[in-house]
Ligand binder design. Sequence first.
Ligand SMILES: O=C(O)/C=C/C(=O)CC(=O)CC(=O)O
Ligand code: CA
Ligand code: MG
Length: 403
Amino acid sequence: MTWVPGAAGTPYGAHNLPYGVFRHDGDQRRIGVRIGDSLLDLDGAEAAGLVLAGGALRAPTLNPFLALGRPQWNAVRTRLTELLTDQAHRAAVEPLLLPLADVELVLPFEVGDYVDFYSSEEHASNVGRIFRPDEAPLLPNWKHLPIGYHGRGGTVVVSGTPVIRPSGQRATPDGPVFGPSTRLDIEAEVGFVVGVPSEQGAPVPVDRFADHVFGVVLVNDWSARDLQAWEYRPLGPFLAKSFATSVSPWVVPLDALADAWVPAPEQDPPVLPYLRDIPHLGLDLRLEVDWNGTVVSRPPFAGMYWTPPQQLAHLTVNGASVRTGDLFASGTVSGPARAQTGSFLELTWGGAEAVALDDGTKRTFLEDGDTVTITATAPGPDGVTVGLGTVRGTIFPTGAPHR
Ligand SMILES: O=C(O)/C=C/C(=O)CC(=O)CC(=O)O
Ligand SMILES: [Ca+2]
Ligand SMILES: [Mg+2]
């Protein structure tokens, strides 16, 4: 049990220890690890010789640490657990704790390539029904491979960054017009952060997932549905999703989620051998979507049809390599019930059924000034939960100054 006041038994006790990057008093970016409502300054801890990672913890991003690989991730985690649970270290460590309220959390890693999957059967079927009412909801390939597309790593931003309403083309009966999106939406997703690179030409098999993937962030893949509906055939989303994708500031290590693996939905028809993961496990992450202070949805990640190891195996099966800092997102997480959907497109069924918020207003798509907050928890050891932090964004009008 941790000696840090108030932290034991919370979703951010010593069983979690997510990593982030912070600034204090406008200072340099530094790596920290969260414990309760504080963070431990790991730059200071490594400088003082309390934890050793060859200097990787003294960098302004997590990338050098992510690149170290599992044996060193484990060694650092073991040491941090010691420092934060053994009273013998308290006098040395306590001066390096900072209240979270006093720091600014920044993008924790330099994002490399960003891939977005489409792995919820409910989401894919719902979008199919809404966008393509005259066709089968799922295309014939959907149960044979995890569908995905390459997104835009350079526009991934940390939680709290303003989201400016994008402009673009949308279809009208009189032809396309240009202007601010009128159907701006969210996508509640889970992102996987690559630590150890793979070699070009050498696919990553399903059972090597944990050698490469360091941990998990929450993702909001903001989506302009009107732009998307007009542009997406035949190559998929382009400008409808590339303007901003928000991630939570804490990267939760896979090690903190050891108790969250659960059987994933059975796959029928059977998948090709390179996608066979035995046991076939997904993560029991429970998401919550809050719109201006009202919880409107609770998407269950455990029901995702394609698992993260299958996604990584598929992403690399053609010989494409992954690099440190690559991010692959699960795709929108939707469960079978309306109040489990991970997009407002589904929640309002294409904008036809407004949702009532607790403040007395009704919404279909996002209005300027709206704030969406996605959080998640997972089961942890001994009945505690693991917190995955928060990804929050507020919509600013088109043309708004960036900050
Ligand atoms: O079915 C379509 O045409 C498009 C669907 C999406 O918007 C999905 C997407 O970005 C992937 C996902 O988040 O599931
Ligand atoms: Ca998406
Ligand atoms: Mg996006």
